[in-house]
Design a protein around this ligand. Sequence first.
Ligand code: PLP
Length: 398
Amino acid sequence: MSEAIKTETIMPTYARFPLTIVKGKGSYVWDDKGNKYLDFTSGIGTCNLGHVNDEVKNKVEAQLQALWHCSNLFHIPSQQELADLLTDNSFGDKVFFCNSGAEANEGAIKLARRYAQKVKGNDAFEVVTFKQSFHGRTLATLTATGQSKIQDGFAPLAPGFRYLPYNDIESLKEVAKSTTCAVLLEVIQGEGGVIPANKEWLEELSKICKEHDILLIFDEVQTGIGRTGSLFAYEQYGITPDVMTLAKGLGSGLPIGAIVATEEAAKALEAGTHGTTFGGNPIVTTAGVATMREVTKWLPHATNIGAYLTEKLNELKNQFVEIEAVRGIGLMQGIVLKGPANDIIAKARDKNILVLLAGPNVIRLLPPLTTTKEEVDEVIDSLIDIFKAMELESEGSL
Ligand SMILES: *Cc1c(COP(=O)(O)O)cnc(C)c1O
């Protein structure tokens, strides 16, 4: 394997894989030594069209010739076009553009507070979120995140957040308090272990929110932009939120975030109430427009290949006792193990396959929507080899 890579001047906030990626195309990346890897991480669900998609690249290159940045004090055609595409293809009426998932969630929390304080008065400021959720790393979004390991050492946390267990119908009666302004959740919890929302639970939650005029906010930062086979994961459930946040897949790897809201919810953010310098900049929104157009074409393929991946993973589960469950929707899948997943992820890397961790014991697969049956088979075959070798090893040690 690679020798130690020097990162002395980079803050050690990431436990990095011992790999330096220098090139990508489609489902593959190459390291600095010329080794090729099948990438089922997609930059953590970001390069949904695969690496260096030609359509996106051509549009961005043309925009690089014309204008890079001009600030939101001016009208930006690609920003308008992307907002139209997002609202034409979702429940939403209005969009605010920013630069990341955390910034989108931060803005959605601000929107919800301001909306509730206009409609209900100053006591309605609490945001309900869920255990093992992930919403970002800013002070408000790490507070929204229901994981103590993300919050550790950053006290005092932002006030006004409450946590409930995910997928637990019983505890939903805690939602309808006069102090609640919004409920924020991932339709499939990503970082927390690839946990899809239960349909009845989400329906009940949506009903409670409607009855009490509580804004329902879906964090689709990871699930959005075709990941589950539909453009947005909420379509899989037939439940629409009031607000949705996007980021990861929206720019094919260029940094962009978005808050999509209904006309009614969006009224809370009037002129001067929110802003960001780079948000919706000509380059990233050009990438966003090209991404949306391309992803829309790939949705039927993503649905089919997602079903194929699910089927293959379930076969894998039936073959090895080490696998406790397989869960997810479309091309967002988790292999839940009885033991830790890190070792298997490293072994896959030795076989030139890149996969992700989610929670301590879940292998997370986020292949591009453009992936093929052959690529899925390659990943499954490698996992079979790894699990077989592990079984032999543990038999030998008995
Ligand atoms: C990645 C992620 C975020 C944070 O996005 P950043 O762009 O890293 O700030 C928020 N919510 C979910 C569900 C995510 O997966």
